[in-house]
Structures are given as C-alpha cells and as structure tokens.
Write a protein that binds this ligand. Structure first.
Ligand code: URA
Length: 208
C-alpha cells in the first residue's frame, strides 16, 4: 500500500465544509489551504534533517534543520494551484514547477501543453500536487514526464482520491507514495469522484 490517508476528526470536519455545495469560493480556498498543510505535514514525516548548531538565549545546542532548497513543488494546472499556498506555508523556500495537461478528445490520453521546472529538478525531491486524484491519468503522466527529466524522488499529494486513481499510480509508479486527506467511494461516468466535492478547479477559481 503506497497511500497514506489522513485519518483525523479535524480533517473529516474540514472536508465536510469543503464538500458542502453551499461553501463559497473564499472559504473553499481557505479550506484547501488548511487541508493542504495537514497533507504536507504527513508527507514530510520522513524528511531528512541537516545537523546544525544553534544558540538559544541560554546555550548552544545541536539540532536538525530542513534544507528547503532540496524540494520542488509541482502543481498540476489548474486545480493544483489551489494547494500551493498551503504547501508553501510549510516550506516557504521550495521551488515551484508547473505542468499543464489536457485530455485528447479522441484518445482520452493526457497531452502536455505547458511544462516549466526549476533548475536542477533531477536532484530535488518533487511534491506533485493536485486536489483530486480521479482516474490518475494526469498524475501518472506528470510523474512519467518528471522521470524523463531524471527525477527519482516523487511524492503525490492530493485531498480527495478515488480507489481507481490510487490503483493507477500504484500500477504505473510503485515507487511513488500518495498522501491524501480521504479516499472516496468511486468515479461516476464522467470521471468525477463520488461523493467528492465537484470540480475543484471551478470551486477554487469561482468559474462555475
Ligand atoms: N477533478 C475534479 O475537480 N473533481 C473530480 O471529482 C474529479 C476530477
């Protein structure tokens, strides 16, 4: 099992607010940010710290600190952008890359229309973010593209996942760990997650 699902009453509470059809754009964005912080917290559990010496007001101490420069965050456009503020709350100095994909109407395969990564992407740990892991097609294509560029360490962070999306990533990229706030029941015939929260991009940007 490559997925880690947050199981906490606070997350259930915040997801209930997020899912509710009556939740407006401002609160929806705030909730996406808050939940992203919790998902990120879990995703950083195995972070390697660099040994350092600091001075408290009372004495010197040996401790560990994160090298934030080691990370790149890659939102999948457009809904992934909604999670960026939350992730940067946790590691404000992370570099950010962007990938945009659309679905070919005939083949249903994801087609890349935008790809811009920070320098030295192959040497970074890459956190791919997308709030909804539905079929897993976009996330899988994004991870494959990053691997083409030499990336070897990828984590996938999302808010709501469908079992099909998790399986797709596990099949295509068994090396990639998935962190999500919840796993929902299924996909409908239009590949929307049920019960889900609707179109995350539309709800973040207020486009519907
Ligand atoms: N993308 C969304 O925004 N919502 C879904 O339910 C599935 C994919």
């Amino acid at each position: 099992m490559n997925e880690k699902v947050l199981n906490h009453p606070l997350i259930t509470h915040k997801l209930a607010l997020l899912r509710d059809v009556g939740t407006g754009t401002k609160v929806f964005r705030e909730l996406v940010t808050e939940i992203s912080i919790f998902v990120m917290y879990e995703a950083m559990r195995d972070a390697k710290l660099e040994e350092t010496t600091i001075e408290t007001p009372l004495e010197k101490m040996e401790t560990g600190m994160l090298n934030e420069d080691h990370y790149a965050v890659v939102p999948i456009l457009r809904a992934g952008m909604g999670m960026v503020d939350g992730i940067l709350n946790v590691i404000p100095n992370a570099k950010i890359g962007h990938i945009g994909l659309y679905r070919d109407e005939e083949t249903f395969q994801p087609v890349e229309y935008y790809y811009k990564m920070p320098e030295g992407i192959a040497d970074r740990e890459v956190l791919v973010i997308d709030p909804m892991l539905a079929t897993g097609g976009s996330a899988s294509a994004t991870i494959s593209r990053l691997k083409q560029d030499g990336v070897t360490r990828v984590k996938l962070l999302c808010i709501v996942a469908a079992p099909q999306g998790i399986k797709r990533i596990e099949d295509d990229h068994p090396d990639v760990q998935i962190f999500c706030a919840t796993v929902d029941r299924e996909l409908n015939e239009n590949a929307y997650i049920l019960p889900g929260l609707g179109d995350a991009g539309d709800r973040v940007y207020g486009t519907k």
